[in-house]
Design a protein around this ligand. Sequence first.
Ligand code: DPP
Ligand code: ZN
Length: 886
Amino acid sequence: LPTISRHDYQPYPYQIDQVRLEFDLAAEQTLVRLAFRARSRDGQIQPLVLDGEDIELLEVSLDGNLVSPQDYLLNDQGLTLSPPAAEFDLVLVSRCRPQENTMLMGLYVSGNSLFTQCEAQGFRRITFFPDRPDVMSRYEVVLRGDATLYPYLLSNGNLLESTTLDDGRKQAVWEDPFPKPSYLFALVAGDFDVREREIKKANGQPALLQVYCDRGDGDKTEWAMQCLEHSVRWDEQRFGLALDLDRFMIVAARDFNMGAMENKGLNIFNSAYVLADAESTTDASFHAVEAVIGHEYFHNWTGNRVTCRDWFQLSLKEGLTVFRDQEFSADMLAQGLDGAQAASARAVKRIDDVSVLRAAQFPEDAGPMAHPIRPESYQEISNFYTATIYEKGAEVIRMQHTLLGEDNFQAGIREYFKRHDGQAVTCDEFVDCMDSVYRQVKPGQSLDQFRRWYQQAGTPRVQVSLTHDAAKQTATLTLRQSNAPAGIEDKAAVKPPLHIPFALGMLDQHGQPLSLHLDGQKGETLVLDFTEAEQSWTFTHIPEAPVLSLLRNFSAPVKVDYYRPDAELALLARHDTDPFARWEAAQLLATRLILSSASGRTPSAAQQATVVQTWHALVQDPALSPAYKARILSLPSERELLEQTQPMTPRAIVQARRQLQRELGLALTPYWQELYQFLSLEQAPYSPDALQAGQRSLRNLALNYLLVAGVSTGPQLARNQYDQATNMTDRLGALSALVNYGDPEDRQDGLDDFFQRWQDNPLVLDRWFSLQATAPSTQVAQVRALMLHPAFSMRNPNRARSLIFQFCMNNMQAIHTPEGYAFWAEQVIALDKLNPEISARLARVFDNWARFEPQARDPLKAALERIQAEPGLSGNVAEIVNKALT
Ligand code: DPP
Ligand code: ZN
């Protein structure tokens, strides 16, 4: 497998301004005619190297002359031609077979429709082309197809004409006025329900928004349409970025590898992130739809107008766009609120995002695939659409936002578009823009050191110590940072210190916030510029030893080490004015208890009492919003906890977590009951807004505590909630409590009823599979039986994820057995034959095998070796298992 290195970048020798594509579309075989004029950048004639995979070349001509096969070089990677001059015309006809495309990259069939997916390297499966992001061209696209099967023929940009041909087929001609790389090309052909809305842009011009979905699903696209409109408004208002097209389309596809794709003007979405209605969709999914619609829409500027020079720069668009979608969601949650209420609403989003980072990105940074947000090398780029590029990438943008502040950050964004609109650029060029503003507002300082965040893999650790001088009334804080080697390429890396914006506050011993004084700065929260390996700050006007509130709002993606008594954490959990740090304190209290019992130590009665008393205080606190209360009363996820064990002990973690859940359920039974009853009174018409969604999530949490603790009234409450539910959050919440903690009869009745109600809705059926995949009672045998269910299919990525991935990732008791590991390897191999990109993601589930407890290590290693030995393994999976076994 060739390794591609960041430093090997060479510009493409030819400029291609304009591309014309004609498609004769059919599921069995599609003919593609490509025409462009190429111009050598330096005037020299050089070989024309075009990428191409899994497609058939029918003919090629240069300047009107047919090129015969002995005059070109064709292999399974593409086509090399010898141009007649430094500037020339190329016409090329090729054929692809959408029906046979199980990889879902390039042109493929989903349902009865045709869709494309080109990022990162799918365009080369449609036609021969320089399939790289720095070759930007204007596209004109002609689509022809059967009028009955494909009444809608869509591509990027503006529709120039739509006609019926003499042979009865339909033809549509599209033109995208903006130059774009091939990965942003898209076409869709099919029959759909369409929802349309005409809006006025900030400049007064009209724009047409459209959401397409399968026939019969049209009543489930109102929410998507609202989210799209909100996204347009938000980008105008917060970033000053306007929609640059007359028409913006979203199309839902049932079979889709990713969440969605930001093709210019024609976003193609996994239907899971488009379709939503109260009856069939949970609150969490409503919010996921909002986030993904925002994300793809925001790419129109951060990704499309300015794109990546090469794939090592992927975080240029993904980190920035995740940051933007996180801010969009937070702003939507905080809409109409102010002060502490707005802060708490935003903190809920921050908590959820940080939980994802810790559950998905921290493990990646601690495993063999660890890489900087701008990787140095890769074999398969599709393996680098990672939590590091996305989520840590967003944290790195967020830190720049913190260092600059909102107004200066926006000035940096304006500078970015001023310099680079229409270009394919690097992460460095983005930071240059932010740095130009930073240097103006902080004379003598720069982002030079900050750039190390783009170079270093691994999660840095920050050790904290504190001394207090009662006579001088000062507190001195000392921070030490380190970043251990990460991944397989990092062994000898020298890692100089990072520029870490470290936000902190202090409370007095009664939980009152202190005003901080430091070198002329004053405030309740200060952000320290932590740039040295070890650094100290002395705060004045501190009469008694303070309680530290550390890394407020999670101001940097680091781990903090600070020993302090439980009592201090309990104080913070009750009183910290920073809602993120407050949640963190409660989580840390619970984490300590769980980790100690998972390691076989019996927690002291005092330690247990502190957790119970803290939960007791929080459950009754009238000032907390329901959504925030649901977060702060939840225990850390199994994955976050597991990440903190060394070696990792999954089964012990599951048991210890379950035990604390039970204890909290029992100790606070009357409170859970009261909370449950109180929250059952609310009967407003369904809305996924923050208040209602918070109430439902808190009510479901209370229900879970009652069931897990075996409280006798629990099952009846759950059955009633299930039967009377008018929305999916309530119904699924009740069913999941019964399936996870109820008796076998309730479990089976619930699952059967749910199947009867929802068997015709694929997205809800995915839930039915997931619920069973993750239930504590499920073993490998049940999963094998579910794979034989007529509704199961490996070919549909959502379905494979709902059963196989959920089982392998989130059923720790069952997967961490010899049969579990063998099952995992078997499914990686089976999936690889259909869809290597998806299979490689399943392969990653145990790439961190070496960190597990000894009894898991050998069988996991054997399972990886079994995969590695499989003949015909894809490059995608090979890269993962080879790196895991290095
Ligand atoms: N569609 C994926 C995303 O938006 C890749 N660009 O992140
Ligand atoms: Zn993206």
